[in-house]
Design a protein around this ligand. Sequence first.
Ligand code: ADP
Ligand code: MG
Length: 496
Amino acid sequence: MRDQQVCRWVEIAGVDIQTGPVYFRVPPTFPHRIMALTATEIWTRLLDRARGELPAQTFKTWLEPTTALLLDGDTITIGAPDRFTAEWNESKHAQLLASYAPVALGHPINIVFRVDEERRGRPQMDLFVAPLPDSKDTKAAATHASNIQLSARYTFQNFVIGKSNELAAAAAQAAAAAPGKVYNPLFLYGQTGLGKTHLMQAIAHEILSKSPGLRLCFVATEQFTNELVTAIQTRTTAAFRRRYREVDLLLVDDVHFLKRTEATQEEFFHTFNALYEAGRQIVLTSDRPPGEIPGLEARLVSRFQWGMVADIEPPDLEHRIAILQNKAHLDHLELTIPDDVIQFIAHHVWSSVRELEGSIIRLLAYASLKHMPVSIELAREALRDKLKSGSDDADLTTARLSVATIQAATAQEWGVTIDGLCSKSRTKHLTIPRQTAMYLIRELLGLQLVEIGAAFGGRDHSTVIHSLEKVLELTESPDYKRRIDSLRENLRQLPR
Ligand code: ADP
Ligand code: MG
């Protein structure tokens, strides 16, 4: 904003060898020629900035396939290859990109996304839109058999969406709405216990509810490998291939377990190709992105990246509360587990959704054993191990305000660990809470920059300065502001 009112800096060709680029300060009205950019030039400038700010995968998936269509006054219309991408960009990226305009263009701009009819479909989507075969009768039996593999609870309806999984959930819903046509394959990755299998099966439930006759195969990667080994030993590979290559929907769970053996990867590769070329939907899950799976052949890495790669991160506090409330509701436990106990668990257990669910089960077992109603005291006792084993868990209900408590509270809020905060990792899900914790330590404790750097794995003071500046920028987002404000409020209540 500030640049908009003052002036722009223009780099000119004349470069002084001694001092590097020469910059001239120019008044805002100078020269209109620069402002008269074409729609494409404007969009390129905004995208250049977004490329540096957004995670590479997000940029590649949502913004790369866009084109500038029209510039009308202060409004630029951007074309997206499909409705889902247009809507997603409109809700997630339009505001962010518009916020770059004052600096990048020298004036504000409105951004509108719509489907670009001319360019409808990304290359990989155009390739295979083969209709699914519909000889329903022969399929009914197979469907029944594979349905047994699905958990009835793993539906979209039971899946609580929050910031950490909204991309994955939206992609899964899109894949379920148009199997084989939009995101193929859909590759979901994230740490254990964050809902990958749940989401994958939700796709299957949704597709089957609309087309009950479809043949579906849900398989754990290890099972696929074991069956292949048996098939080779018993010379039944033809039957093995038929089983996997004639399905309409293939769900392969935990592909990071794909054996490094050539035969397994070879077979998987051909199965993948056969289904993909027939336009059948493939969904894969893994604990890491395709490129980071050790020993995975390059051709499989590239195929896994063809469609959509979406990650799931640990849920933040608000999301953990929602998941617990949903769980209590599903199991008719609203009256058994009071709200303050839900809050307590959400504050203290944050590593995964599976851990959250495990905490409830343990708590209920404990309550029934002791013949006592569920309360915070009982939860503290029942979950003693979990509370202690989280070394990050400075118990915020009794702690004093300190570097450690600020780190712990921030880590909890973002669902990350203190080790992560102090690590060298620069993934976005760690940098934002790390920068936030640094900022709050500076603000609430007034520590020196070098002291703050030292508390985060020995970072230098310029990194801390950058973090403080970054938080000021982030605060412009209402969502982020709400989070840091509430965190600060909670921390202020701690005794010093
Ligand atoms: P993963 O496959 O990533 O290890 P799962 O899909 O097995 O994780 O999920 C672990 C448990 O947590 C399951 O019981 C699942 O239903 C539940 N779960 C995970 N994410 C959510 C969510 N967003 N909403 C509701 N339940 C969830
Ligand atoms: Mg799983």
